[in-house]
Design a binder for this molecule. Structure first.
Ligand SMILES: O=C(O)CCC(=O)C(=O)O
Ligand SMILES: [Fe+2]
Ligand SMILES: [Mn+2]
Length: 221
């Protein structure tokens, strides 16, 4: 029994927080769709949510028109951070971005209420570069990636509080991403009940765009 268990473990096609439609997509996106569970310590999670909470609370949740990608959310673009949070964001930068990549000067903070969700979309290639890196706080959620040309190819990422996800290159350009609504929030067979979730998202600038030009960016990507 033990030997069979070990063998099964060793032949699993990916880590237990990434699932996919098959071994090919899992291995192709191994470095392009990455989840690092426990990236934040509990103290770091608290640092971020304590800093964000008062700013978010001033805003109302939006339940947009039918064609909007995000439902049941409030958000802010934040460029001034406490020293403790800056240290966290620097760790994200070191973990997710290459030395040649410039980041958007403000960080996108998105607060999804428990019944909020994000429909499939690809972030604008005009305003965002090759890499998107997001920290998740408060509630677990499932992010699904679906190949835009071949919907039979998909990945699901289990985003626990304190985790960091990174989407880059093919995962960012060739796949849509979405955050599943509570009724559909399953990671395989496993039900992932959705509560309120805050994400803190860093993005690179499109290649060839200098940091000086980022002042003209729209409020969200
Ligand atoms: O909340 C997230 O982690 C992703 C948000 C997102 O996809 C977006 O704002 O474009
Ligand atoms: Fe997005
Ligand atoms: Mn967006």
């Amino acid at each position: 029994m033990a030997a069979t268990g070990l063998l099964a473990l060793r032949t699993l096609p990916g880590p237990s927080w990434v699932r996919g439609s098959g071994p090919s997509v899992l291995s192709r996106l191994r470095d392009a769709a990455v989840v690092r569970p426990g990236f934040l310590s509990t103290a770091e999670e608290e640092t971020l949510s304590r800093e964000l909470e008062p700013e978010l609370r001033r805003r109302r949740y939006e339940y947009d028109h039918w064609d909007a990608a995000i439902h049941g959310f409030r958000e802010t673009e934040k460029s001034r951070w406490s020293e403790a949070s800056r240290a966290i964001l620097q760790r994200v930068q070191a973990a997710a971005f290459g030395p040649g990549q410039t980041l958007l000067s403000s960080v996108h903070v998105l607060d999804l209420e428990a019944r909020g969700y994000i429909k499939p979309h690809v972030d604008s290639i005009k305003f965002c570069g090759a890499t998107i890196a997001g920290l998740s706080l408060l509630s677990p959620s499932v992010m699904r990636l679906v190949h835009t040309q071949n919907p039979g190819e998909w990945l699901e990422l289990l985003l626990e509080p304190g985790s960091l996800y990174i989407l880059r290159d093919s995962a960012r350009y060739d796949f849509s991403h979405e955050i599943l609504r509570d009724e559909e929030s399953f990671f395989g067979e496993r039900r992932i009940p959705r509560g309120r979730r805050i994400s803190v998202i860093c993005r690179s600038l499109p290649e060839g765009m200098g940091p000086g030009e980022s002042g003209q960016l729209p409020p969200a990507c």
